[in-house]
Design a protein around this ligand. Structure first.
Ligand code: TYC
Length: 129
């Protein structure tokens, strides 16, 4: 090598090779010629799907029990719980709340377990919005 010239090797060479020119185009997961995969830099954010939790009417569950369920598991005050219960009684089904999948599933399980424990046939279901 001529005087004044220099070369890099080892770690420095590896670092130099990893520097991407600004003109390099989309980043590629490069497994060799013809195998590039375009990868994303910006994280993809998605809103979670929402689910409506409903209770269904039946002829046997006491009205007070349904009001209690709405207060206990759905954070309704007495007035709101009574209105929902009467809506269900008169129309067959009614909305208790809207939640993400896992929260909705937990509510349904809690209500079904509580109704079974008290030997009432109350049904609680979820549906995708
Ligand atoms: N229909 C019931 C009765 O007359 C009351 C009731 C209301 C039951 C709502 C279930 O989800 C329900 N005792």
């Amino acid at each position: 090598m001529k005087d004044g010239a220099f070369s890099i090797g080892g770690r420095d060479a590896a670092l130099a090779a990893s520097i991407r020119p600004a003109t390099a185009g989309p980043r590629r997961d490069d497994g060799g010629p013809g195998t590039a995969v375009v990868t994303r830099t910006r994280p993809k954010v998605k809103r979670p799907s929402l689910y409506r939790v409903l209770i269904l009417n039946d002829d046997y569950t006491p009205m007070e029990f349904v009001v209690h369920v709405l207060e206990q598991f759905f954070q309704k005050d007495r007035e709101a719980a009574t209105m929902i219960m009467l809506h269900v009684h008169n129309h067959g089904a009614g909305e208790c709340g809207i939640y993400t999948y896992e929260v909705a599933e937990t509510k349904v399980t809690q209500v079904m377990d509580f109704a079974r424990k008290h030997q009432h046939p109350l049904q609680c279901v979820m549906e995708k919005k």
